[in-house]
Design a protein around this ligand. Sequence first.
Ligand SMILES: Cc1cc2nc3c(=O)[nH]c(=O)nc-3n(C[C@H](O)[C@H](O)[C@H](O)COP(=O)(O)OP(=O)(O)OC[C@H]3O[C@@H](n4cnc5c(N)ncnc54)[C@H](O)[C@@H]3O)c2cc1C
Length: 300
Amino acid sequence: MYDVIICGSGPAGMSAALFLRRANLNILIVEKGTPGGKLISTALIENYPGYIENTGIDLAMIMYRQVKHFKIPYAFSEVMKIEKLGDEHFVVHTKEGDYESKMVIWAAGTIAKQIEAEGEEEYVGRGISYCAICDGSFHEKQNVVVIGGGNSAIEEALYLAKICKKVTIITRGHHFRADPVLMEKVMRANNVDLVTHHVITKFTGKDLLEQVTAKDRDSDNEIVLNVRGAFIYVGFTPSSTLLENFDILDEDKYIIVDRNCETKVTGLYAAGDCIQKNIRQIATAVADGITCASAIVRKI
Ligand SMILES: Cc1cc2nc3c(=O)[nH]c(=O)nc-3n(C[C@H](O)[C@H](O)[C@H](O)COP(=O)(O)OP(=O)(O)OC[C@H]3O[C@@H](n4cnc5c(N)ncnc54)[C@H](O)[C@@H]3O)c2cc1C
């Protein structure tokens, strides 16, 4: 039986793993995708201390190398169910098999929200993407739209502006919510247009995306953009459905934890973007991972 199983290998999961391993605990990370979590799909990071204007993939690989340096074992599989059988006894069911542990850290992050406009599902992978760094290069010298008004939307638009002919950023708000430093950069880019107060109504085309239609929220006046790519950054929902039976989720499905990042289910911890908190960033995910790992080390 493992001391701790960590579900998810983003910044929160990897930070927890490093602390637990260095305390000589017997741990396992279960990851359904690529270690790094959302870092893998982040074009530019410039607000994580010690890391100046670099890509998310680079930071993910630095963290992963550190985890491998401490010989932390991985099970590359998707967690399908978590059961608590008794005191200090959990079973983590994955697609490839079951693992037992005394404690569990859930660090599974969040999933990108869809905008639910007509044609969105139809054109995912055929022009619509939720990851500029993954799919931006398909749109070299083409026109694209970025949908969203926060930091993620602006960061990814800046990345796309280097590759694409023209980038139009559309937000439903009256203003963009991104940090001023990012807005200054985007204003300086000569191939970026900003559109506020519009909602996307439909995505159209033949086999591939060809047009995005947006309408003014007050007047209903429509604009139609001829684009080959649409990148959507309108927020996230927590990856927490598997924990619903423990009755530890708030109304938005974020996991409720105490100051040690432990849920009300003894031995079940949660860390990173999936927990109820105000700021969802790499630094706060790392902090949560360390917080629960330290609490576990004190307890075991
Ligand atoms: C486009 C974009 C740009 C961003 N830019 C910045 C930035 O500049 N600075 C900054 O500080 N933050 C930025 N962020 C936010 C930052 O990436 C997140 O706050 C951080 O990655 C959260 O880490 P996490 O470990 O909680 O979750 P994640 O990074 O989401 O990792 C969760 C991991 O859990 C795995 N997982 C999920 N479900 C399961 C399952 N059932 N079984 C097994 N594994 C599972 C996933 O595959 C994933 O690897 C950005 C985010 C996005 C989307």
